[in-house]
Design a protein around this ligand. Structure first.
Ligand code: EPU
Length: 299
Protein backbone atom coordinates (compact mmCIF):
# COMPACT_ATOMS: atom_id res chain seq x y z
CA UNK A 1 0.00 0.00 0.00
CA UNK A 2 1.37 3.44 -0.88
CA UNK A 3 1.61 6.21 1.73
CA UNK A 4 -1.34 7.94 0.07
CA UNK A 5 -3.48 4.78 0.15
CA UNK A 6 -2.58 4.13 3.78
CA UNK A 7 -3.53 7.67 4.82
CA UNK A 8 -6.72 7.43 2.77
CA UNK A 9 -7.63 4.14 4.47
CA UNK A 10 -7.12 5.79 7.86
CA UNK A 11 -9.48 8.62 6.88
CA UNK A 12 -6.72 11.20 7.09
CA UNK A 13 -7.19 12.95 3.72
CA UNK A 14 -9.52 15.73 2.61
CA UNK A 15 -9.36 17.29 -0.86
CA UNK A 16 -10.19 20.87 -1.85
CA UNK A 17 -11.00 21.86 1.70
CA UNK A 18 -11.72 25.59 2.23
CA UNK A 19 -9.12 26.96 4.65
CA UNK A 20 -11.10 30.01 5.81
CA UNK A 21 -12.87 28.21 8.67
CA UNK A 22 -9.48 26.93 9.89
CA UNK A 23 -8.06 30.43 10.39
CA UNK A 24 -8.90 33.40 12.60
CA UNK A 25 -9.24 35.69 9.56
CA UNK A 26 -11.89 33.24 8.30
CA UNK A 27 -11.24 33.82 4.60
CA UNK A 28 -8.99 32.31 1.97
CA UNK A 29 -9.54 29.64 -0.65
CA UNK A 30 -9.17 25.87 -0.51
CA UNK A 31 -6.13 23.66 -0.09
CA UNK A 32 -5.46 21.00 -2.69
CA UNK A 33 -5.04 18.40 0.03
CA UNK A 34 -5.42 18.47 3.80
CA UNK A 35 -3.76 15.68 5.76
CA UNK A 36 -4.48 15.04 9.42
CA UNK A 37 -1.42 13.67 11.19
CA UNK A 38 -2.26 11.95 14.45
CA UNK A 39 1.18 10.68 15.40
CA UNK A 40 4.63 9.71 14.18
CA UNK A 41 3.32 6.89 11.93
CA UNK A 42 1.11 9.29 9.98
CA UNK A 43 4.03 11.71 9.65
CA UNK A 44 6.14 8.94 8.09
CA UNK A 45 3.35 8.05 5.66
CA UNK A 46 3.00 11.71 4.71
CA UNK A 47 6.75 11.95 4.06
CA UNK A 48 6.38 8.98 1.68
CA UNK A 49 3.59 10.81 -0.16
CA UNK A 50 5.65 14.00 -0.44
CA UNK A 51 8.67 12.04 -1.69
CA UNK A 52 6.67 10.64 -4.60
CA UNK A 53 4.45 13.68 -5.20
CA UNK A 54 6.42 16.82 -4.26
CA UNK A 55 4.25 19.72 -3.12
CA UNK A 56 4.52 22.83 -0.98
CA UNK A 57 3.55 22.15 2.63
CA UNK A 58 1.82 24.27 5.25
CA UNK A 59 1.68 23.00 8.82
CA UNK A 60 -1.40 24.65 10.28
CA UNK A 61 -2.09 24.97 13.97
CA UNK A 62 -5.00 27.11 15.13
CA UNK A 63 -4.66 29.42 12.13
CA UNK A 64 -4.16 32.48 14.31
CA UNK A 65 -1.07 33.78 12.53
CA UNK A 66 -1.78 33.16 8.84
CA UNK A 67 -3.26 35.00 5.89
CA UNK A 68 -4.47 32.51 3.27
CA UNK A 69 -4.87 33.87 -0.26
CA UNK A 70 -8.35 34.03 -1.80
CA UNK A 71 -7.12 31.57 -4.43
CA UNK A 72 -6.21 29.10 -1.69
CA UNK A 73 -3.09 27.00 -1.37
CA UNK A 74 -2.02 24.65 -4.14
CA UNK A 75 -0.25 22.28 -1.82
CA UNK A 76 -0.60 20.07 1.22
CA UNK A 77 -1.93 21.47 4.49
CA UNK A 78 -1.00 19.42 7.53
CA UNK A 79 -3.15 19.45 10.65
CA UNK A 80 -2.66 17.56 13.86
CA UNK A 81 -5.20 14.99 15.02
CA UNK A 82 -7.11 14.65 18.31
CA UNK A 83 -4.57 12.49 20.14
CA UNK A 84 -2.10 15.40 19.96
CA UNK A 85 -4.51 17.70 21.76
CA UNK A 86 -3.87 16.41 25.27
CA UNK A 87 -1.35 17.21 27.97
CA UNK A 88 -0.18 15.86 31.31
CA UNK A 89 1.91 17.05 34.20
CA UNK A 90 4.83 14.96 35.43
CA UNK A 91 7.42 16.12 37.95
CA UNK A 92 6.69 19.76 37.17
CA UNK A 93 7.02 19.23 33.42
CA UNK A 94 4.06 19.87 31.10
CA UNK A 95 4.05 17.18 28.39
CA UNK A 96 1.89 18.61 25.64
CA UNK A 97 0.56 17.51 22.26
CA UNK A 98 1.35 19.85 19.37
CA UNK A 99 -2.33 20.65 18.76
CA UNK A 100 -2.99 21.80 22.31
CA UNK A 101 -4.29 25.39 22.47
CA UNK A 102 -1.92 27.57 24.52
CA UNK A 103 -4.67 29.34 26.51
CA UNK A 104 -5.96 25.94 27.66
CA UNK A 105 -2.48 24.91 28.79
CA UNK A 106 -2.12 28.20 30.69
CA UNK A 107 -5.47 27.85 32.48
CA UNK A 108 -5.24 24.16 33.31
CA UNK A 109 -1.66 24.40 34.49
CA UNK A 110 -2.55 27.35 36.76
CA UNK A 111 -5.45 25.38 38.23
CA UNK A 112 -3.00 22.63 39.18
CA UNK A 113 -0.80 25.10 41.03
CA UNK A 114 1.84 25.20 38.30
CA UNK A 115 2.81 28.63 37.01
CA UNK A 116 5.17 30.09 34.44
CA UNK A 117 2.93 29.52 31.45
CA UNK A 118 0.29 32.15 32.35
CA UNK A 119 1.44 34.36 29.43
CA UNK A 120 0.16 31.69 27.02
CA UNK A 121 -3.36 32.81 27.77
CA UNK A 122 -2.57 35.81 25.56
CA UNK A 123 -1.58 33.73 22.53
CA UNK A 124 -4.52 32.11 20.70
CA UNK A 125 -2.31 29.55 18.92
CA UNK A 126 -1.26 25.95 19.43
CA UNK A 127 1.81 24.43 21.07
CA UNK A 128 3.15 23.43 17.63
CA UNK A 129 2.76 26.91 16.20
CA UNK A 130 4.32 28.48 19.28
CA UNK A 131 7.39 26.25 19.05
CA UNK A 132 7.77 26.79 15.32
CA UNK A 133 7.79 30.61 15.54
CA UNK A 134 8.85 31.08 19.16
CA UNK A 135 5.61 32.83 20.05
CA UNK A 136 5.71 35.14 23.03
CA UNK A 137 4.20 38.07 24.88
CA UNK A 138 4.40 39.96 28.17
CA UNK A 139 8.16 39.86 28.31
CA UNK A 140 8.63 36.14 27.80
CA UNK A 141 8.45 33.60 25.02
CA UNK A 142 8.27 29.92 24.17
CA UNK A 143 12.05 29.53 24.22
CA UNK A 144 12.16 30.50 27.89
CA UNK A 145 9.89 27.62 28.95
CA UNK A 146 10.55 24.92 26.37
CA UNK A 147 12.64 21.88 27.33
CA UNK A 148 12.28 19.72 24.23
CA UNK A 149 10.07 19.29 21.18
CA UNK A 150 9.41 16.20 19.10
CA UNK A 151 9.63 17.16 15.45
CA UNK A 152 8.78 15.14 12.34
CA UNK A 153 10.85 16.02 9.27
CA UNK A 154 8.31 15.71 6.44
CA UNK A 155 11.11 15.41 3.88
CA UNK A 156 12.54 12.24 5.39
CA UNK A 157 9.87 10.98 7.79
CA UNK A 158 12.45 11.03 10.60
CA UNK A 159 11.07 11.93 14.04
CA UNK A 160 13.46 13.36 16.61
CA UNK A 161 13.43 15.04 19.97
CA UNK A 162 15.22 18.42 19.96
CA UNK A 163 16.19 20.63 22.84
CA UNK A 164 15.22 24.29 22.87
CA UNK A 165 18.91 25.11 22.30
CA UNK A 166 19.03 22.94 19.18
CA UNK A 167 16.01 24.81 17.79
CA UNK A 168 18.00 28.09 17.73
CA UNK A 169 15.05 30.12 18.97
CA UNK A 170 15.27 33.89 18.49
CA UNK A 171 12.68 36.68 18.40
CA UNK A 172 9.77 35.06 16.49
CA UNK A 173 12.16 32.71 14.72
CA UNK A 174 13.55 29.18 15.03
CA UNK A 175 15.57 26.72 12.96
CA UNK A 176 12.34 24.92 12.03
CA UNK A 177 11.16 25.20 8.44
CA UNK A 178 7.85 24.75 6.67
CA UNK A 179 8.32 20.98 6.47
CA UNK A 180 9.08 20.46 10.16
CA UNK A 181 5.98 19.33 12.03
CA UNK A 182 5.98 19.75 15.81
CA UNK A 183 4.18 16.72 17.22
CA UNK A 184 4.64 17.42 20.92
CA UNK A 185 6.62 19.51 23.39
CA UNK A 186 7.73 19.55 27.02
CA UNK A 187 7.62 22.79 29.03
CA UNK A 188 8.99 23.65 32.43
CA UNK A 189 6.56 25.01 35.01
CA UNK A 190 7.12 26.52 38.44
CA UNK A 191 5.35 25.97 41.74
CA UNK A 192 2.77 28.75 42.16
CA UNK A 193 -0.34 29.21 44.33
CA UNK A 194 -3.49 28.72 42.23
CA UNK A 195 -4.97 32.12 43.19
CA UNK A 196 -1.77 33.92 42.17
CA UNK A 197 -1.50 32.21 38.78
CA UNK A 198 -5.21 32.71 38.07
CA UNK A 199 -5.00 36.39 39.03
CA UNK A 200 -2.18 36.85 36.51
CA UNK A 201 -4.25 35.16 33.82
CA UNK A 202 -7.16 37.51 34.57
CA UNK A 203 -4.79 40.48 34.36
CA UNK A 204 -3.41 39.36 30.99
CA UNK A 205 -6.96 38.89 29.67
CA UNK A 206 -7.94 42.36 30.92
CA UNK A 207 -4.83 43.92 29.34
CA UNK A 208 -5.53 42.27 26.00
CA UNK A 209 -9.16 43.46 25.97
CA UNK A 210 -7.97 46.97 26.63
CA UNK A 211 -5.02 47.04 24.22
CA UNK A 212 -5.85 44.68 21.38
CA UNK A 213 -8.94 44.34 19.14
CA UNK A 214 -11.08 41.51 20.43
CA UNK A 215 -14.11 40.55 18.34
CA UNK A 216 -13.06 41.61 14.83
CA UNK A 217 -11.27 38.99 12.72
CA UNK A 218 -7.49 39.44 12.90
CA UNK A 219 -4.29 37.43 13.14
CA UNK A 220 -2.49 39.21 15.97
CA UNK A 221 0.56 41.31 15.22
CA UNK A 222 0.96 41.76 11.46
CA UNK A 223 4.62 42.79 11.55
CA UNK A 224 7.51 41.76 13.75
CA UNK A 225 8.85 44.55 15.91
CA UNK A 226 12.00 46.10 14.46
CA UNK A 227 14.98 46.03 16.85
CA UNK A 228 14.44 48.39 19.78
CA UNK A 229 11.02 49.65 18.66
CA UNK A 230 7.41 48.57 18.22
CA UNK A 231 5.76 48.21 14.81
CA UNK A 232 2.43 49.27 16.37
CA UNK A 233 3.94 52.44 17.81
CA UNK A 234 5.56 53.37 14.48
CA UNK A 235 2.40 52.76 12.40
CA UNK A 236 0.34 54.69 14.95
CA UNK A 237 2.79 57.60 14.95
CA UNK A 238 2.27 57.99 11.20
CA UNK A 239 -1.48 58.41 11.78
CA UNK A 240 -2.36 55.19 9.99
CA UNK A 241 -4.96 53.84 12.44
CA UNK A 242 -8.20 53.42 10.49
CA UNK A 243 -6.42 53.27 7.10
CA UNK A 244 -8.64 51.03 4.99
CA UNK A 245 -8.45 48.90 1.87
CA UNK A 246 -11.77 47.26 1.01
CA UNK A 247 -13.00 45.49 4.13
CA UNK A 248 -9.62 45.53 5.90
CA UNK A 249 -8.39 48.32 8.15
CA UNK A 250 -5.65 49.18 10.61
CA UNK A 251 -7.18 48.64 14.05
CA UNK A 252 -8.08 51.76 16.01
CA UNK A 253 -7.06 49.94 19.17
CA UNK A 254 -3.63 48.66 18.13
CA UNK A 255 -1.97 49.75 14.91
CA UNK A 256 -0.10 46.46 14.34
CA UNK A 257 -3.40 44.56 14.18
CA UNK A 258 -5.25 44.66 10.87
CA UNK A 259 -8.91 43.82 11.29
CA UNK A 260 -11.18 42.38 8.63
CA UNK A 261 -14.90 42.85 8.26
CA UNK A 262 -17.11 39.99 7.12
CA UNK A 263 -16.97 41.12 3.48
CA UNK A 264 -13.17 41.57 3.44
CA UNK A 265 -10.92 39.46 1.22
CA UNK A 266 -7.42 38.19 1.83
CA UNK A 267 -6.37 40.51 -1.00
CA UNK A 268 -7.68 43.50 1.00
CA UNK A 269 -5.53 42.55 4.00
CA UNK A 270 -2.54 41.89 1.77
CA UNK A 271 -3.01 45.24 0.06
CA UNK A 272 -3.06 46.91 3.47
CA UNK A 273 0.13 45.12 4.52
CA UNK A 274 1.91 46.32 1.36
CA UNK A 275 0.61 49.88 1.74
CA UNK A 276 1.48 50.24 5.44
CA UNK A 277 4.92 48.75 4.83
CA UNK A 278 5.49 51.20 1.97
CA UNK A 279 4.41 54.21 4.03
CA UNK A 280 6.54 53.19 7.03
CA UNK A 281 9.59 52.67 4.82
CA UNK A 282 9.06 56.01 3.10
CA UNK A 283 8.67 57.92 6.35
CA UNK A 284 11.24 56.17 8.55
CA UNK A 285 13.49 54.02 6.34
CA UNK A 286 12.45 50.98 8.42
CA UNK A 287 11.37 47.99 6.35
CA UNK A 288 8.90 46.04 8.47
CA UNK A 289 8.95 42.27 8.19
CA UNK A 290 5.58 40.47 8.33
CA UNK A 291 5.03 38.25 11.32
CA UNK A 292 1.81 36.87 9.85
CA UNK A 293 2.53 33.99 7.47
CA UNK A 294 1.35 34.68 3.95
CA UNK A 295 0.04 31.49 2.36
CA UNK A 296 -0.61 31.09 -1.38
CA UNK A 297 -0.41 33.65 -4.16
CA UNK A 298 -1.32 37.31 -3.79
CA UNK A 299 -1.78 39.84 -6.61
N1 EPU B 1 1.69 51.44 20.79
C1 EPU B 1 1.22 52.62 20.28
N2 EPU B 1 0.18 52.55 19.39
C2 EPU B 1 -0.41 51.39 19.01
C3 EPU B 1 0.08 50.19 19.55
C4 EPU B 1 1.16 50.24 20.43
O1 EPU B 1 1.72 53.69 20.58
O2 EPU B 1 -1.34 51.43 18.20
C5 EPU B 1 2.80 51.48 21.77
C6 EPU B 1 2.34 51.04 23.15
O3 EPU B 1 1.77 52.11 23.87
C7 EPU B 1 3.61 50.53 23.75
C8 EPU B 1 4.39 49.98 22.56
O4 EPU B 1 3.81 50.55 21.40
O5 EPU B 1 4.36 51.57 24.30
C9 EPU B 1 4.34 48.45 22.48
O6 EPU B 1 2.99 48.01 22.34
P1 EPU B 1 2.46 46.65 22.99
O7 EPU B 1 2.76 46.66 24.46
O8 EPU B 1 1.05 46.49 22.58
O9 EPU B 1 3.37 45.53 22.41
P2 EPU B 1 3.75 45.16 20.89
O10 EPU B 1 5.23 45.24 20.77
O11 EPU B 1 2.94 45.93 19.91
C10 EPU B 1 4.08 42.63 21.40
C11 EPU B 1 3.80 41.37 20.64
C12 EPU B 1 2.37 40.92 20.89
C13 EPU B 1 2.08 40.77 22.37
C14 EPU B 1 2.38 42.10 23.06
C15 EPU B 1 2.20 42.04 24.56
C16 EPU B 1 5.16 41.46 18.60
C17 EPU B 1 5.17 41.72 17.14
N3 EPU B 1 3.98 41.59 19.22
O12 EPU B 1 3.27 43.64 20.81
O13 EPU B 1 2.25 39.65 20.29
O14 EPU B 1 0.74 40.38 22.61
O15 EPU B 1 3.75 42.47 22.79
O16 EPU B 1 3.21 41.33 25.15
O17 EPU B 1 6.19 41.11 19.16
C18 EPU B 1 1.62 38.57 18.26
O18 EPU B 1 2.80 38.20 18.19
O19 EPU B 1 0.77 38.27 17.39
C19 EPU B 1 1.22 39.39 19.37
C20 EPU B 1 0.00 39.89 19.50
Amino acid sequence: MSGMEALEAKGRLERNLPLGPLTTYRFGGPARLVVTVDGADDARLLAEVLATEPAPVLCLGRGSNVLVSDAGFDGVVVRLGPSLNAWSLQDGLARTGGALPLPRLARESARLGRGGLEWMTGVPGSVGGAVRMNAGCHGTDTAEWLETAVVADLDTGAVSSRTAGELEMGYRTTALGSRDLVLSAVFRTVDRPVEEAEAQIREITRWRRENQPGGAANAGSVFKNPPGDSAGRIIDSLGLKGLRIGGASVSERHANFFVAEADASAQDVHGLIVEVRRRVAEATGIVLEPEVRLVGEFG
